[in-house]
Write a protein that binds this ligand. Structure first.
Ligand code: SF4
Length: 209
C-alpha cells in the first residue's frame, strides 16, 4: 500500500511499503534499519575509529526537527529500527528529544554508545523517552589496557557503571568488542566481562580501518 509522505517542498510523495520491482528481474526489499550518525564528536580516541579526520562542525549537524522528519520518513519506507550512533551520541544535548522523535515515529530505538557522556540521569530520561536497547562498546577486558586504547582515563569504569544502569532499567544490553592485536588474546575474557555486565548479546567485531 503506497504511503503518503510530505517532502521538503511540501509536496506529497507516495512510497511503497514492501518489495519494489525496479525491473522484471530486480526486486529491492524495503530497508529494515537506519544507522543515524548524530555527530562525529566523541570524547574517546580509539586509534581504529572510522570517524573522518575532518569532523562536521557542531553547527552543521542535523537538528532535532530534521532527525524527527527523517525518522517519520524512514518509518514510512518500512524501517523498523534506528541505531542512534556517532561519534558518541551522548555528545548531542538533544539526544533525549531525538530519541523521543524516533520512538514517536514507531521505530525500535537502539543507542550505540561508548558510555562516556551518558550519565545515569540521562539514561533515565532516555528510557522515559522510549529507548528500547543499549549497545556499549568495550576496548578490552583489562581496565588499564581498555583506557589506554580508548585514550581516556576512567572510561572502563564508566562503561561498567552505565551497563549496571542499563540492567537496572531492565533494558536489553549488547556489548560490542573491537578486536585487534592489542586485545585478541583476551576475547574469552571480554565475553566473560560482557556476561558479567548483564549483556544478553555480544558482538565481536574486527578492526576495519
Ligand atoms: S568510541 Fe567509537 S566514535 Fe569514539 S573514538 Fe572510539 S571508535 Fe571512534
Amino acid at each position: 500500500m503506497p504511503l503518503p509522505i510530505e517532502n521538503d517542498k511540501g509536496r506529497t510523495e507516495h512510497w511503497i511499503n514492501g518489495p519494489v520491482a525496479l525491473s522484471s528481474s530486480t526486486i529491492v526489499h524495503k530497508p529494515l534499519g537506519l544507522l543515524a550518525e548524530l555527530t562525529h564528536r566523541c570524547p574517546l580516541g580509539c586509534p581504529y575509529c572510522s570517524n573522518p579526520l575532518a569532523f562536521d562542525a557542531r553547527e552543521d549537524e542535523l537538528d532535532t526537527a530534521t532527525w524527527g522528519r527523517i525518522f517519520r520518513e524512514a518509518a514510512g519506507l518500512g524501517v523498523l529500527q534506528v541505531h542512534l550512533s556517532g561519534g558518541e551520541p551522548g555528545a548531542r544535548r538533544d539526544l533525549v528529544d531525538i530519541t523521543a522523535g524516533a520512538h514517536t515515529a514507531g521505530l525500535y530505538t537502539n543507542l550505540i554508545t561508548s558510555a562516556v557522556g551518558i550519565t545515569a540521569k540521562t539514561l533515565g530520561a532516555l528510557t522515559e523517552a522510549g529507548l528500547d536497547h543499549v549497545q556499549i562498546s568495550i576496548q578490552d577486558s583489562n581496565a588499564a589496557s581498555a583506557d589506554h586504547i580508548a585514550g581516556y582515563d576512567g572510561a572502563f569504569a564508566r562503561k561498567r557503571a552505565l551497563a549496571a544502569e542499563v540492567v537496572r532499567h531492565k533494558l536489553p544490553l549488547t556489548v560490542n568488542a573491537v578486536v585487534h592485536r592489542a586485545n585478541i588474546d583476551r576475547i574469552g575474557n571480554m565475553v566473560d566481562l560482557a556476561l558479567g555486565l548483564g549483556a544478553t548479546r555480544v558482538e565481536i567485531a574486527h578492526v576495519q580501518y
